[in-house]
Design a protein around this ligand. Sequence first.
Ligand SMILES: NC(=O)c1ccc[n+]([C@@H]2O[C@H](COP(=O)([O-])OP(=O)(O)OC[C@H]3O[C@@H](n4cnc5c(N)ncnc54)[C@H](O)[C@@H]3O)[C@@H](O)[C@H]2O)c1
Length: 426
Amino acid sequence: MKFNKICILGLGYIGLPTASMFATHGLKVVGVDVNPHVIETLRSGKLHIHEPGLGEAMQKAVESGNLTVSTVPEPADAFIIAVPTPFYDDKRADMRAVTSATEAILPHLRKGNLVVLESTSPPLTTVNLVIPILEKSGLKAGADFHVAYSPERVLPGQILRELIENARVIGGITPESAQAGHDLYATFVKGDIIKTTATTAEMVKLMENTYRDVNIAIANEFARLADRFGIDAWEAIQLANLHPRVKILSPGPGVGGHCISVDPWFLVESAPDLTPLILTARKVNDSQPHFVLALVKAALGGTIAGKKIAALGLAYKPDVDDLRESPAVEVAHLLQANGALVKCYEPFKPDAALPGLTLVPSLESALAEADLLLLLVNHTQFRAFTPSQLASQTPARLLVDTVHAWADQDWASAGFQIHTLGVNKK
Ligand SMILES: NC(=O)c1ccc[n+]([C@@H]2O[C@H](COP(=O)([O-])OP(=O)(O)OC[C@H]3O[C@@H](n4cnc5c(N)ncnc54)[C@H](O)[C@@H]3O)[C@@H](O)[C@H]2O)c1
């Protein structure tokens, strides 16, 4: 199938790089976002998100004359939905954005169109939610227009490269729909494009992230056991991973972001009777910030109230600016609730504001007057700190490292005492 013009709904971490990719590969692209601030920012030539290389990619896309942005969709050959799928407080999937984006396509749907859902969604969303809305047009899915689900598996920080190089799964509601999806993404994807059914493709995405969540939950429990038995869990994991068929992931302050901490809930919600392990893993990872709280408390000799803590990093993972569902934010809240005076510093979002937390715009202001430095994110620049550098910038001589970034440094000779999550060598 041949495509000239496409419409991408949702211009966030996924939709915007995807839009720029299609535009620089010769398709006319209308990028749609319901947030007027996003559209204004993009129209003024700026970006509302941080992703390496995205600025250059956008510039190329705009200069090619192929990319325009708007708050409303237009008729096109294909529509891609890349809107958020968060969860409600009770962990049920919040599908309102997918529903409204699909409804926005409805007036423009024509015979021969392709609609692709990219948003991570509970199993059967394409068939049970998207298609019934689109068929209000009077057209029949699979006969008059194509529908596919294609999960996005890019790594934030590497999105532009991975969009091109990663293998892509396209699940069609019919083989013809899968083929149409294949033809669309072949515009720029160099990795394999594998066709399957829409529901299989939905499950692939959920299974990948659930596997990682369960694996991290095991690593977090190993870190807790290390504390009990007086070993270094990081060393033990490294040694266990020498086994050719073992790949244990790393422990840490918890699991965050918009994918791994969210997606397993979609399976738990869809089939609670069949998912006790997945639910338990979620609970283990969600409780890990409390383990960090206990670690900090122990490091401080049992008293947190009144202590000045510099919380270094708030992002959910290294070298990104994404604070969504971040366990680092949860740890900062817990410390604050226990009476600590917490100054948070996130180098990738120094001007962020989070209700209930004190965020400072510079490292210097976080370190000044601190009693304890708490490393929550393994950002490259934090990992590079040396004992002598930190010793001259802060009166604190207590360090708590939740990500094993400072393990190889000789902190003791610079007068520091370090407590590393998962390390309890007696
Ligand atoms: N960010 C990632 O690394 C990643 C990776 C894989 C999958 N995903 C999935 O991709 C989807 C999008 O994630 P994201 O990180 O790009 O989200 P995002 O929050 O960065 O961006 C989504 C954008 O969609 C816009 N939007 C909301 N409702 C809309 C509507 N009805 N019409 C048009 N625009 C609308 C929002 O204003 C926002 O700008 C989610 O389902 C997510 O789980 C994300």
